[in-house]
Write a new protein. Sequence first.
Length: 68
Amino acid sequence: MFVADYLETFLLDWEGKVSCVLFLSGCNFRCPWCQNKDLALGRIDPDKTETITEILRKFVPHNTLDDR
Ligand code: SF4
């Protein structure tokens, strides 16, 4: 699973808190109403994808991740 894109700062989902939004690529369903078909089918630029671990390393102190 790859992170196709992310919003580093998002203020709407959690009242009074700042959050980060990850847009993941790949989905096993094929809903006809899907508004994100390119993301769902993995049609993304592979040079722009990052793994969840790579994204987490931008926001979480390295020693916290290395302890796991
Ligand atoms: S709407 Fe799109 S992303 Fe959501 S479950 Fe259906 S196919 Fe997957």
